[in-house]
Write a protein that binds this ligand. Structure first.
Ligand code: F6P
Length: 340
């Protein structure tokens, strides 16, 4: 019997499809000597739910899942049916996976205790970000943060397991349901992006080791609220215009963030009269993107403080957010008045 070593095909007849997310997660598990595979499984659970939500969003116009659900969430925002569907999908995946003990979701008033006290991880999630864009076929996203619980596995969930600063995240990511669907995540060793290949039903590594440009020429802000801005903020945006920067605002944080991360730019949501503490939620929007931003060499602040260092005091706490290319965020911050 002849035994030959495997020789990769050189004919070019069957091009390589690349590295799947599953394989990538497995390869990277050895970066964490103490990890026993639960975090990897948790990331896979999130990816599975993302594929299902991707299926629902792409066929939303054909099935009866568009439009309002008829209820208002804890933020006072009208829930869309797809918000609710995405919440169910992620909740189900996370509860069945067994690695998670508690979930904070934009769509739930309280912390959800999965009654799985052996689970090591807490997940904070915005299942479907950019609700106003759902029904008009514009990019939307999912944002997630993963924390290790502070109390020992096996004991009841406590507030200190949930109210952790962003610096404590062990992983964070987002899924962008855009012209293609992408999953981008970090476990604190750089940022990698994966594009969904519909026909194979897999995410493939398409954006390895994402590095954000240090500077950029795109600013993303809802200028309709400008009469509510503080003077310094107005001056910064005026300067962007004087410099002929491009204004790009989709109104889905994930999509605006993703573009600026790749191309160089800044996303800003300041305090306004309507939202004096800012609009975006610290636990399941700002923290995850701030972690990814920093891991890619970008920056995130609330105007005076690094987002990741803010200690949350309430579950659905809001924060102003300036996030994107380092030089732009530093410059924008320098325009803002400092607290007395
Ligand atoms: O989750 C909040 C959100 O929908 C973000 O995705 C988006 O960037 C922002 O709100 C849009 O807010 P506005 O409609 O006030 O510009």
């Amino acid at each position: 019997m002849k035994i030959l070593p495997y020789a990769p095909d050189q004919s070019g007849l069957a091009y390589s499809v690349g590295t799947t997310l599953d394989r990538f997660i497995k390869l990277k598990q050895s970066d964490f000597p103490f990890a026993s595979g639960e975090l990897s499984q948790l990331l896979r659970d999130i990816a599975l739910a993302a594929k299902i939500v991707n299926r629902e969003t792409t066929r939303a116009g054909l099935s009866n899942i568009g439009g309002a659900f008829g209820q208002v969430n804890v933020q006072g925002e009208e829930q869309q049916k797809l918000d609710v569907i995405a919440n169910i999908r992620f909740m189900r995946a996370l509860s069945k996976g067994g690695e998670v003990c508690a979930i904070v979701s934009e769509e739930e008033d309280s912390v959800i205790d999965l009654k799985n006290s052996s689970g090591k991880y807490v997940v904070a999630i915005d299942p479907l970000d950019g609700s106003s864009n759902i029904d008009v076929n514009i990019s939307i996203g999912t944002i997630f943060s993963i924390y290790r619980r502070r109390t020992p596995a096996g004991s009841p969930i406590q507030e200190k397991d949930i109210m952790q600063a962003g610096t404590e995240q062990v992983a964070a990511g987002y899924v962008l349901y855009g012209s293609s669907t992408m999953l981008v995540y970090t476990t604190g060793r750089g940022v990698n992006g994966f594009t969904y290949e519909q026909s194979l039903g897999e995410f493939f590594l398409s954006h390895p080791d994402i590095q954000a440009p240090k500077n950029g020429e795109i600013y993303s802000v809802n200028e309709g609220t400008q009469h509510d801005w503080e003077e310094g903020f107005k001056s910064y945006i005026n300067q962007c215009k004087e410099r002929r920067y491009s204004a790009r605002y989709i109104g889905s944080l994930v999509a605006d963030f993703h573009r600026n991360l790749l191309k160089g730019g800044i996303y800003l949501y300041p305090a306004t009269k309507k939202n004096p503490a800012g609009k975006l939620r610290l636990l399941y929007e700002a923290n995850a993107l701030a972690y990814i931003a920093e891991q890619a060499g970008a920056m995130a602040t609330d105007g005076t403080q690094r987002i990741l260092e803010i200690l949350p005091t309430t579950l659905h706490q809001r924060t102003p957010l300036l996030i994107g290319s380092q030089e732009m965020v530093k410059e924008a911050e320098s325009f803002l008045s400092k607290p007395a």
